[in-house]
Design a protein around this ligand. Structure first.
Ligand code: 13P
Ligand code: SF4
Length: 324
């Protein structure tokens, strides 16, 4: 968003292809209130690519994949960061910009990957694989990051793994991301059995059916999908990489094999691309709404805090990733 202070009325044009006019009155009051509250509280809103279009296009100041949100959180000068995304993203923002108030509008916005592993699990893995570095996906708690050598995202996982200069790494907790990266590198990767509840549901059969129903469709998949699904796709990459692919290649028809809001958000900027929309909803991402972003700013809720002893070690793992 740029230029003069916008109002909800002036923003509708941008999203009218993905938000029916009949739904707009439900959003406009909250949008105006949030735009006002951001100025009053000197706040910025960071939104992940899976947020709904009225959040992503109408109130967010910074949007992107997990890697971009982490990098940009570090540079925020405003007093307050509202993270429209899931809890691990808010924790990462707090780790990287600890003097700011970081708010998450719903504390229940978790992640099946983050829930799949504990810091105790990592300590046990270190005993089992002594000396093998631990690469942890950012989709984890700060406590898990604190036990790790370095973090990664889906956007930089291969580079992070190869940056360590070792023959073998533990890559946790997403089994499918680990397998998809293992297929691209000579480094041996030991995986964990965590899965994203959104991406694990796609099957190779889904992709074959999409291709049969929509001839010529370009299939882009997130690397949290099972390897058999990625093998059927034309391209696999992080949410930002998928969005960039659409902008660069301008496929006539495309399907984004990922969370549902992604297609809406990308479609806004690409009216000439036909989006085929089988998708799965992330119940955690969808807990964030304009209503609870507004009350987060009104009530200063829910502030993310991290035990300082944990934060020091978790920050190191994230900073090592950002240095790669
Ligand atoms: P990205 O880093 O690709 O945005 O992915 C985050 C996520 O939660 C995907 O499910
Ligand atoms: Fe976690 Fe999957 Fe939701 Fe992303 S889409 S936040 S990995 S459950």
């Amino acid at each position: 968003m740029s230029g003069m202070t916008p109002s909800a009325a002036s923003l509708y044009d941008r999203v009218q292809r993905v938000i029916p006019a009949i739904e707009w009155p439900v959003f406009s009051d909250d949008i105006d209130a949030i735009l006002r509250l951001k100025r009053e509280r000197n706040a910025v809103i960071l939104a992940h690519n899976y947020q709904t279009p009225e959040i992503f296009h109408c109130v967010a100041d910074i949007v992107g994949d997990s890697l971009a949100l982490a990098r940009k959180a570090m540079e925020v000068e405003a007093d307050v960061i509202v993270l429209a995304g899931v809890h691990f993203m808010a924790e990462t923002a707090k780790l990287l910009n600890p003097s700011k108030t970081v708010l998450i509008p719903d504390m229940g916005a978790g992640c099946s990957l983050a829930d799949s592993i504990t810091s105790e699990d990592i300590r046990l893995l270190r005993q089992r694989y002594p000396g093998v570095p631990v690469v942890t996906y950012v989709n984890t708690s700060a406590a898990v990051k604190a036990e790790s050598d370095i973090c990664c995202t889906s956007g930089n996982a291969k580079a992070v793994v190869e940056s360590l200069g070792v023959p073998r790494v533990l890559m946790l907790p997403d089994e499918y991301l680990a397998q998809n990266i293992a297929a691209q590198t000579d480094v041996e990767i030991i995986a964990w059995k965590g899965h994203c509840e959104v991406h694990e549901r796609f099957t190779p059969q889904d992709i074959r059916e999409m291709r049969a129903a929509h001839p010529g469709v370009t299939v882009l998949a997130h690397p949290e999908c099972p390897p058999e699904v990625v093998a059927e796709a034309d391209f696999a990459g992080s949410t930002a990489a998928m969005s960039d692919y659409v902008g660069r290649e301008k496929p006539a028809r495309v399907v984004l094999v990922t969370e549902c809001s992604m297609s809406d958000n990308v479609a806004v900027d690409h009216p000439d691309v036909e989006f085929i929309r089988p998708c799965n909803l992330c119940p955690h991402m969808k807990l964030i709404t304009l209503g609870n972003i507004r009350s987060a700013l009104e009530r200063n809720e829910h502030a993310v805090t991290i035990d300082p002893a944990v934060a020091v070690r978790a920050r190191l793992a994230v900073e090592r990733m950002l240095a790669v």
